[in-house]
Design a protein around this ligand. Structure first.
Ligand code: ADP
Ligand code: MG
Length: 233
């Protein structure tokens, strides 16, 4: 599903440059639930952003679903991003003046679906994350865990091949983190490929494989005995 070879990335800092990713090789198969672990500043988000086509690579090769992701025009990149990838962020990134249903329906609008079908599908995904009864509530009326579940429903709505989550539990308490990871495990069990960036071992252990980054290189890549999170419903 994902294959990267000898990936390098630097950021320019005035006259100098910061070498953040220093030759990453990584293969991810369909159906994996993979944690990218490492301390703050180790390059996790940079790697995820490149995999998510939100940032470009300097050197190396990136294949997503057998498509070479490099030198694509912004329009083509956007098309692949919408078709292949769903994003989940630490801070949820919901639109504050839209209710839960409208937030989930938004990517369907960009896919060109009609109003009625958008509503039906969005409600279906809200039901999947246990929030059907919260459809008309604004983000400000939802708890952190509920907001993240709406964001997960939104990411799922466009039926991406891969879900990319950057510290999805970073703003949540441990009980709520567990519930959100339980949902992520459930979605993975249904076959979705999911990458979770985290700096917490507890969260990484709820995945099936842990890739550890340190100073821009992979220092460990291990299969783990997955810890099953509590169910939230
Ligand atoms: P992590 O997610 O593991 O905490 P990041 O990938 O966000 O790490 O950052 C890795 C390093 O790259 C850090 O030193 C960070 O300051 C730097 N960095 C990240 N993004 C940028 C950017 N857009 N411009 C300059 N430096 C950046
Ligand atoms: Mg980060």
């Amino acid at each position: 599903m994902i294959s990267i070879k000898n990936l390098h990335k630097s950021y320019r800092m005035g006259d100098s440059s910061l070498h953040v990713l220093k030759g990453i090789d990584l293969d991810i198969k369909e159906g994996e639930l993979l944690a990218i672990m490492g301390s703050s500043g180790s390059g996790k988000s940079t790697l995820l952003n490149i995999l998510g086509m939100l940032d470009s690579l300097d050197e190396g090769e990136y294949l997503l679903d057998n498509v070479l992701i490099d030198g694509l025009t912004e329009t083509t990149a956007a098309t692949y991003r919408n078709k292949f990838l769903g994003f989940i962020f630490q801070s949820f990134n919901l639109i504050n003046y839209k209710n839960a249903l409208e937030n989930v329906a938004l990517p369907l609008y960009y896919q060109g679906l009609g109003r009625k079908i958008r509503q039906v599908k969005a409600l279906e995904y809200l039901e999947k994350v246990g929030l059907k009864d919260w459809a008309t509530h604004l983000p400000s009326e939802l708890s952190g865990g509920q907001k993240q579940r709406v964001a997960i429903a939104r990411a799922m709505a466009s039926q991406p091949k891969v879900l990319l989550a950057d510290e999805p539990t970073g703003a949540l308490d441990s009980k709520t983190s567990n519930e959100v990871m339980g949902l992520i495990q459930q979605i993975n069990n249904e076959g979705k490929t999911i990458l979770v960036v985290t700096h917490e071992l507890d969260i990484a252990n709820m995945c099936k494989r842990i890739v550890t980054l340190k100073d821009g290189v992979i220092v460990e890549d291990q299969k783990v005995e997955q810890v099953i999170a509590e169910k939230y419903v």
